[in-house]
Design a protein around this ligand. Structure first.
Ligand SMILES: [Fe+2]
Ligand SMILES: [Fe+2]
Length: 166
């Protein structure tokens, strides 16, 4: 098997999230437990991914980007902000057994799919030319270590508290 790079890891996580959102979309209003479990899994996958992009990957990318790269970076940051400040809090404020939850979580999934596809088709393609393979492998190792670290876990907890308070 080829060595993981940060790009293959982030891409695999996008696919995992897409799969979870597909399952969530298929649930009925009566599936309270399943909806709750799927939402927990989505947030457990998404939040460390998004926070690390914001803290490490996006700044590293921005530091090397040309004008088009800077626009791509600005788009990605704006999408993160929209999801974090509006879309996720709306989902968390809906009762799991309601059409509001079904509608809001569908929008959540559509935002994530759109954002992930943009990253894959623009930012990650640019990153392949801006970083060496060794750097992309190192970033992957850094990401995995950060996720398991106290710092990583604290960043995730803080983000979750902000969504609940928004
Ligand atoms: Fe992102
Ligand atoms: Fe991503």
């Amino acid at each position: 098997m080829a060595t993981d790079t940060i790009l293959t890891t982030l891409r695999a996580e996008h696919d995992e999230l897409r799969g979870l959102f597909d399952k969530l979309k298929d649930t009925t209003d009566r599936a309270e437990k399943t909806r709750g479990e799927l939402l927990d899994k989505i947030l457990a996958g998404l939040v460390p991914h998004a926070k690390w992009e914001e803290l490490v990957f996006y700044p590293e990318f921005k530091a090397r980007a040309d004008r088009d790269g800077l626009q791509t970076h600005a788009e990605a940051v704006a999408e993160h902000r929209a999801v974090e400040m509006r879309v996720i809090p709306d989902v968390l404020n809906a009762e799991l057994t309601t059409p509001e939850f079904a509608g809001r979580s569908k929008v959540f999934g559509e935002f994530i799919d759109h954002h992930a596809t943009e990253e894959e088709n623009t930012m990650f393609k640019m990153a392949k030319t801006l970083f060496s393979t060794d750097e992309l492998v190192q970033l992957d190792a850094d990401y995995k270590a950060w996720k398991a670290s106290d710092d990583g876990q604290a960043a995730v907890q803080q983000a979750m508290a902000e969504f609940q308070a928004a």
